[in-house]
Design a protein around this ligand. Sequence first.
Ligand SMILES: Nc1ncnc2c1ncn2[C@@H]1O[C@H](COP(=O)(O)OP(=O)(O)OP(=O)(O)O)[C@@H](O)[C@H]1O
Length: 356
Amino acid sequence: MTICRPGKGHLMIQFDAVHKRFPNGTTAVHDLSLEMPEGGVTVLVGSSGCGKTTTLRMINRMVDPTSGTIRVGGRDILEQDAAELRRSIGYVIQQSGLFPHRTVLDNIATVPLLLGWGRRKARARAAELLDTVGLAADAGRRYPHQLSGGQQQRVGVARALAADPPVLLMDEPFGAVDPVVRTQLQDELLRLQKELSKTIVFVTHDIDEAVRLGDQIAVFRTGGHLVQCASPAELLARPADDFVADFLGAERGLKLLSLTTLADVPQGPAPEGGAWTLVLDEARRPQHWRSKDGAELPVRPLRDRDSLLAALNESVASPNGLTVRVDADGVLTGVSSRDDIHEHAGRAHSEASVAA
Ligand SMILES: Nc1ncnc2c1ncn2[C@@H]1O[C@H](COP(=O)(O)OP(=O)(O)OP(=O)(O)O)[C@@H](O)[C@H]1O
């Protein structure tokens, strides 16, 4: 049995030896012990049918466990009224699950109205949340089908946040949108989470999404077995077995580099008079590389907060192996060599392995 114990901070959700067997004999979750810290994002990943959704739905009692105990905020959920519990837990699903015949504003106001807030107060809260999730005020008067898929997902998140629940369950919330919108929605969620510090349980098939969003990642395999639960860095550096390693994919070493910034990589002055010159504008913002014979190649400057993976990519793509560095205003601070970036990439890897 794999037990996940983050060991620091308060625990918001605790699974203790939880088992779920459906009446048709399917064991969806097998002897699960898993702890989710308050204010953290726990991502559940694994192949199709391995019990992620069932695990999630047991938290708000949409599915009751066959045996074992689940506590939310320290209290056994079976001792709590199911409807009340559900109202205190936000729930976001893949197709947003919005009511088609209600306006966006009324969709977002659903739970506050159920909780007995007056119509005016519920709508004012809904309008505020539209802004929080990055939607224009006029979207509130529209119906769900008049919004794009990505906008509908934002409304789904706003609706889940409406009564300010401490816990948010998200079941593949960004699974049905294209990769660009998906990245935007992930960015928004990270930004919101910095502000709101909810305890989030997030189900996804996408390991990159899990690494990007998770404070801890729980990997399941068929039969509802938890195989490993660890921080993204630990998981990538030390997968527990071949199943986890295969699940993480052949590029797990590179994924690990996406977790480390290039801030510590040394930088020197941009080269002058070599085969390639860095062309700057009058504010010293890099524009492009220019060769001796006048050819121009694009430059993609990086900031300190960018990842070592982005730097590695740049060191391969740039004509002279140099990665151009800029400050928050886009002004040149220096360049880093391919060797320095490779050395830091190797070091980040060894450090993660040792820490794990
Ligand atoms: N109501 C149910 N009755 C019987 N079996 C069920 C029921 N709900 C889920 N199952 C089965 O339990 C197992 C786990 O299902 P679950 O939906 O939790 O998996 P999942 O990991 O979320 O899958 P996916 O990634 O495909 O959404 C599957 O074998 C599924 O067929």
